[in-house]
Design a protein around this ligand. Sequence first.
Ligand code: C2E
Ligand code: CA
Ligand code: CA
Length: 715
Amino acid sequence: MSTARPPMTQSSRNAPLDALRHDASKLLLALFDNALVGVYVIQDGLFAYVNETLARLFGYTQDEVCGRLGPLDLTDADTREHAAQEIDKRVRGEVRASFYGFKGTRKDGSTFDTEVFGVATEFQGRPAIIGILMDVSKRVHAEKEAADQLAFIRGLVETIPNPVFYKDATGEYLGCNKAFEAFLGASRESFVGKSVFDLSPKELAERYHAADQALFDAPGTQTYEAQVKSADGSYRDVIFNKATFNRADGELGGLVGVILDITERKELEARIRQDAYFDSLTGLPNRRLFEDRVGEAFKLAKRHHTKLALLFIDLDRFKEVNDTQGHHIGDQLLIEAGQRIGSCLRESDTVARWSGDEFIVALSDVSDAGDATRVVEEVIGQISRPFHLSGQFAQVTASVGLAMYPDDCDNIEALLSCADQGMYAAKSAGRNGYCQFVPARQAAARARRDLAVDLRDALSRHEFHLHYQPIIDLKSGHIVKAEALLRWNHPSLGNVPPDRFIPLAEEMGLIGPIGDWVFQQACQDVMRWNQQRPAEHPMVQVSLNKSPRQILDGTSEVHWLDYLNDLGVPADYLNIEITEGLLLDASDEVFRKLDIFRRAGVEISLDDFGTGYSAMSYLKTFAIDNIKIDRSFVQDMLSSPSDQAIVEAVIAMAHKLGVRVVAEGIESEDHRALLIREQCDFGQGFLIGRPMPVAEFMARIQADAPARQVPRFEI
Ligand code: C2E
Ligand code: CA
Ligand code: CA
């Protein structure tokens, strides 16, 4: 429902204004008296009027002020002059109105901040100023506090040693601190109001901008690493720590950022990493990094079923270079040796300095051992080339151990250990070479080494003794010879077969003394059994095995003959068995030595006949008394016609040359029967008797006495 209003007339519209004019002075006074701001009228330098608010602000009553105090009485000494000037200007009519602040002094002497707005006017026909005054001390105080805080923050930001900058929400620089200016080598004026695109190289600017944008999209904090082009033009590694800030109205104001220069730290880290993983002299990876890399290579090889080779390289004679030519030259040699080794490798291979003059190499993905040995040979060749170092000349060689995965070892530790042992084996084999160390061989080698150690003392510890194996005259069946076979009773291994220790003794140069012992023992035994044999029993010769080394190296021939003489052993008690192999590469020296025995009356037998070249021509070149057909022919002759043919042919041919034949390895009556039929002279083998101790053998001779021939008369 609406109520219709009567239309307004001209006179009714002006009625309130007329009323106001009529009551103006009353109204004004009421307004002044009740105003929340101070109101004053100044005339002739004194307050003609102040309202109650103003009087109260200054700690007075209206009566104490009006007509008694002037404005300067209420003004603090510091601002009094300023206030006087402002008042004068209006009183003189220079300005009509002015607005200014000053410090007011209360009745009690305390001060406060005020602002006044005064207008020149007339009061009772004379110039006066009417104005209002406000207590602004709270606002001034707040402003001052804000200014103080700002100054504090500015000071703080300036004293931060890291570069600090701030930008507005569009990404334009608002300001920065001194450190930022110094870092970029530009004054703040040169970039305030600019964006990163105005200041940084394009690709860096794009990165910074994207980061800023990401931060503005998700306000908060942000940290990232980047590079900054610094004052001297170099790029520095830095960390940006940034945070957004809001304006008083809660809207995004921009961002503030702190730059942490981590270039030195990164360099230090890189140096530490270098020290931790690389050898400081050669710059090659060290043991630690090598182990890491080989671990990786090993995993790959396992997964892809490929081969991996490890080379352990030790420089021979390096110590000598170091000692005689100085450490400086030694160091240079190591550096160059590392480079030379590296030159033999592919990108995927790793070379590292293991320690001192030892290097280690991992070859990944090798197709076979041949692949690896080609690299090894190249390394050895490279190292043996002369080194020219600071005008000096040095030469070394390399001993290399090689081990392969999976051929030799199936784990890294074993591979390292094999390569290491291979290197030592290469060293002991004469240096400047390499050796692939295989664990199966390793065990055998260790056993051999242990055996060698014990063998050295076996003679002095009386661990040797002789067994005798009877050899019979196949026609009569009587024992006419015995082969002396050496036995070693090892303290923990028991009986070690001669096949195992005789080659070792030859290698170790022990066969001479051992052979001498066998000879002396056999001489004593052969004397004893011949002295004690039944009168009707034929003489029983002893057959001694003389190793090829013994003949080639030995000087025993003459001593042995002296010994025979001293003991009074007839030379024909003795038979010496030599192998075919010996005659094959026989020098005149060998023939000369054997000849000494032959001429003294000692018989010579050719042992293991048939296993070598079996050239009957020896029999022509050198007068041999007996041939011993190897037991392999005897054992196979019953089942193999060709073996039988060989046995028959050897016997027939030997007989033509006046050489007698011993068949070894007779194990059955069939063997014996066949050999008798072929007119083989002598027989030896388990059927006739196994090798036995001398006492047992002597008992055999006693029992072996041929039956007295009973004369048979014909009629
Ligand atoms: P060898 O000279 O061929 O010695 C004969 C080997 O044949 C002996 O082995 C003997 O036990 C074995 N033997 C004999 N009859 C038979 C048989 O019917 N069947 C089979 N299966 N084997 C038979 P042993 O005693 O083990 O000697 C092995 C080798 O050691 C000898 O072969 C010889 O070359 C060497 N040897 C033994 N004593 C000495 C020694 O004092 N000095 C040197 N230098 N070598 C020796
Ligand atoms: Ca023999
Ligand atoms: Ca033999």
